[in-house]
Design a binder for this molecule. Structure first.
Ligand code: ASP
Length: 587
């Protein structure tokens, strides 16, 4: 071994020991006859002192060191005098008196400081990701992610799950996103799809009798990127046979409790609350409720039954909704800020945002004040349980727009106004979601989860009456307003599977050609089964307290979908295209 110790582990108990450390020059301060170096490796940093007179050769080498040079240093650990102790460093009670300094490799000046909290442009960080990852906070995030993955493996292994890999070159799995395609050279004109998830393979593993499966696969979805979504990401994919919702939910909750305990030392309590999908929409405006703060949506239509206000009247007459949230103390928000909130509401689809500030003595301050009667003021205040100084934000629109807008404002306002308590972990399950959702883009019903999700009993009647009212045996786990996982009990009956396909507009011939292998497998005694797939990146993001999955991914793509490090995606040689039988259309 080149080194005897790691920089960050040296302590007072090592005083007097001869040690060899290796790492990168974090700082170097030249005080004439003495050079101070902070040498850093993955365990932390330690101060090294080199004296000219005592060790001229070491000094000569130290004199050449610059930031990020890679060096090996030998010397004696010395207790620092009380006056020179640095309480900010874990190694601050000691320093290393160098007897030998060796440059292992030189470094150009890095394009940004290798320190925490660096505010370099993200593309620059990604282009030099190997330097970005040297920063202590990035190392900590990568370590945390590794502990998450280890925690998952330990837990599931103890629960009798087998880790089984499934192919990356496969055929399309309908998770609702666009596929990444890989042209086949051996069969020109045909394509593999990269898996959006191993959904169908894991179901086949259940037919195969491998009744507790998991893996941590990469999944690929050609979608627009967001803070919590990337072109490729890692999931914990698991599936179990002979189970119902309670079993899958139980294993997932047990896993979360054990991960939070092992990785963060935090005790979270299970079972997590379960919120029916419709209730979540009604109370929080979306199916990813953040339970760390209140400000729930309230229906205020009854308050304005006799309104003379044109917009409220029109919306109510046409069967629309009047929804409100109450912002405690929001009366202090400046008018300019309120206009910004209105702007945000309009960006989310509202035609406007009404605001009412409650004042002492039942008075209000609002652009609508003269259209709101004393009775309405009183009823509104009562319905919202408002006090003087609170602010009500009201959206009059279709129920769906009003919910989306207020659900979004609820989250933004809670964040901006510091209403989110630190260190709270509020998990919940959102259950009983619809089986189908109408897609405006496709002008047809699509699966809310995926087409292999089992409908709840009575779905056929519901489908005939109103396709949106059929419910699925599916469940999402949500943490602090972020969806961590979706899962469901699957269909294991060919006839039922075809009925669902038919409802989705997939006839028997199409079903056979796309999913024939699954339908065929279902001819041979398929067991009842179900599973779930939590996103590893999202778990790590939440635990690390960052707001973008790129911060917990070693080599992420940039927000544009490109990889600034390798330059991918790139054009390819004509010869490669020829081999694949592909011709590019000029763009
Ligand atoms: N395959 C699903 C997904 O990726 C998860 C599941 O149903 O287990 O969302």
């Amino acid at each position: 071994m080149m080194r005897t110790h790691r920089c960050g582990e040296l302590r007072v108990e090592h005083a007097g020991a001869e040690v060899t450390i290796a790492g990168w020059v974090h700082h170097r301060r030249d005080h004439g006859k003495v050079i101070f170096i902070d040498l850093r490796d993955s365990s932390g940093a330690v101060q090294v002192v080199v004296h000219t007179e005592e060790h001229p050769e070491a000094y000569a080498a130290a004199d050449r060191l610059q930031r990020e040079f890679c060096a090996l240093i030998r010397g004696r650990v010395d207790r620092r005098s009380d006056a020179t102790i640095n309480p900010k460093m874990a190694t601050g009670e000691i320093e290393l008196k160098a007897t030998h300094v060796e440059i292992l490799s030189e470094s150009e000046t890095p394009p940004f400081l290798i320190e925490d909290g660096v505010d370099a442009d993200e593309n620059l960080r990604l282009k030099h990701r190997y330097l970005d990852l040297r920063r202590p906070e990035m190392q900590e995030r990568i370590r945390l992610r590794s502990r998450v993955v280890k925690g998952i493996r330990d837990y599931l292994d103890a629960e009798g799950f087998l880790e089984i890999e499934t192919p990356i070159l496969t055929r399309s799995t309908p998770e609702g996103a666009r596929d990444f395609l890989v042209p086949s050279r051996l069969q020109p004109g045909t394509f593999f799809a990269l898996p959006q998830s191993p959904q169908l393979y894991k179901q086949l593993l259940m037919v195969a009798g491998l009744d507790r499966y998991y893996q941590i696969p990469h999944c690929f979805r050609d979608e627009d990127l967001r803070a919590d979504r990337a072109l490729e990401f890692s999931q914990l994919d698991l599936e179990m046979s002979f189970v119902d919702e309670e079993d899958v939910i139980g294993v997932t909750e047990g896993l979360m409790v054990s991960l939070w305990r092992d990785v963060l030392g935090v005790e979270i309590r299970a079972p997590f609350p379960r919120i029916p999908y419709q209730e979540s929409l009604r109370r929080f405006g979306n199916d990813k409720p953040d339970l760390r703060f209140a400000m729930e949506l309230t229906d205020v239509a009854s308050v304005f039954g006799d309104t003379t206000l044109g917009i409220f009247e029109r919306v109510l007459k046409s069967g629309g909704a009047l929804q409100a949230i109450l912002v405690p103390g929001g009366g202090a928000i400046h008018h300019a800020e309120l206009r910004k909130l209105e702007q945000q509401a309009m960006e989310r689809g509202a035609k406007g945002l009404a605001w009412i500030i409650f004042k002492e003595g039942g008075e209000i301050d609002s652009p609508l004040a003269k259209h709101v009667s004393a009775a309405e003021r009183g009823a509104l205040s009562k319905t919202l349980d408002a006090s003087a100084g609170d602010l009500a934000l009201i959206v009059a629109d279709t129920a769906s727009v009003a919910r989306t807008v207020l659900g979004g404002l609820r989250n933004t306002l809670a964040r901006d106004r510091g209403l989110i308590p630190e260190g709270e972990w509020r998990f919940c399950w959102v259950v009983d979601p619809p089986l189908f959702e109408w897609s405006d883009e496709e002008q047809r019903y699509m699966s809310s989860h995926h087409p292999f999700t089992q409908p709840q009993p009575g779905w056929e009647e519901a489908l005939a009456a109103d396709p949106g009212s059929a419910k699925a045996r599916a469940y999402d786990i949500v943490l602090n307003g972020m969806e961590l996982a979706s899962g469901s009990i699957r269909i294991h009956d060919r006839v039922m599977q075809q009925k669902v396909f038919t409802a989705l507009g997939i006839d028997e011939a199409q079903a056979q050609s796309r999913f024939g292998f699954l339908l065929d497998a279902f001819r041979y005694g398929p067991p009842p089964h179900g599973g779930v797939a939590p996103g590893i990146d999202r778990i790590a993001l939440q635990m690390a307290g960052v707001d973008n999955i790129r911060e917990v991914t070693a080599f992420p793509k940039a927000a544009s979908g490109n990889d600034p490090l390798t330059g991918a995606p790139t054009p390819v040689d004509q010869a490669q295209l020829d081999e694949l039988g592909l011709r590019l259309r000029p763009v």
